[in-house]
Design a protein around this ligand. Sequence first.
Ligand code: SF4
Length: 383
Amino acid sequence: MPESDTPVDWPVPQAAYVHVPFCRHRCGYCNFSVIAGRDELSEAYLQALDWELQQRPIIEPVETLFLGGGTPTHLSVEWLERFLQIIAARIPLRPNAEFSIEANPRDIDQAKLELLQRFGLNRISLGVQSFQSAKLATLERDHDEDIASAAIRLAAQSIPQVSIDLIFAAPGETLDSWQRDLDTALALPITHLSTYALTFEKGTQFWNRREKNELTTHDELVELQMYQLARSKAAAAQMTQYEISSFAAAKSECRHNLHYWEGRGWYAYGPGAAGFVDGTRTTNHRSPTTYIRRCHSGVSPIQDEEPIGRVQWACERAAFGIRRIAGLNVNRLHRETGIDVMPLRKAELSPCFEWGLIEWSDDRLRLTEKGIPLADSVSSAFL
Ligand code: SF4
């Protein structure tokens, strides 16, 4: 039997994700499953979520749990407490689990932080994106520098791990203004930083506005300069880059994301949530109202189900793994999946070696300094 056909002992997922779709406003660049201005659906959503969690229960305690969105902290204190009660009742956590929540700076206050602390949240990921009013207005975000800085300081007093997201290459942004964002962020009490170039995804308002030339984009060279600036500023602030877009203080890597990148399975609940359990990838209906309606009718909210073969699994794990700065442990991947990706992708990887984008470091295949900004191209060589 060829090794690609032998059955797989799929690992029991150690991670879980729950999607909360509510937001105050849909930002023009956002392509997530979001519902804005419909807070009256909070109760119906929570009932639906509780039902879904009972249909696909998690038996063994997980090592990481991520409450994302949307904006989970957009829920009122009353509904946020009910949400956390449901989560606590349905998702068992290991004693040292990482328990994260996404939050918007404007939602952060003492009452919500006390609630998060009471339910054992130990990591908060704040969608700051920028500290500058003009850029925040372009991105349609509803906070300013004072609100964002105050939220970070307040959160750091009660939650041990504080992460923020920053967007670069927004329309009209300069290298100087990006530098100011980085300087402001790195002077605040954060333990983790994620930076992303703004993307224009089909179906978003930003996509349409760019098509009409209402929004300008940056050329690749400027984006690259901004990316390299983030890397050097983070390094100077003792934030180690451990993945293409992720920087962390000591022992502050996002363990939940490490589970995704290692491709060892995760549970997912809520509208649009995508899980990977027992070799099958599932995606729930993206529309929050459809999700709620289906769950309330006793119908599964899953829209797509795709069984993953052993080769696809190994190649996808390699594509994500190579984006980690420590590199990809090819032998371990072979051991765990039964697939040796190197001969399988020899033709695609040869140019990456020739151009000096990847190199061997012991048994790890890793990006070189030249390859780090070109990680997407290297990654796609595995797919
Ligand atoms: S706050 Fe975040 S999730 Fe909500 S609409 Fe804006 S980008 Fe999307």
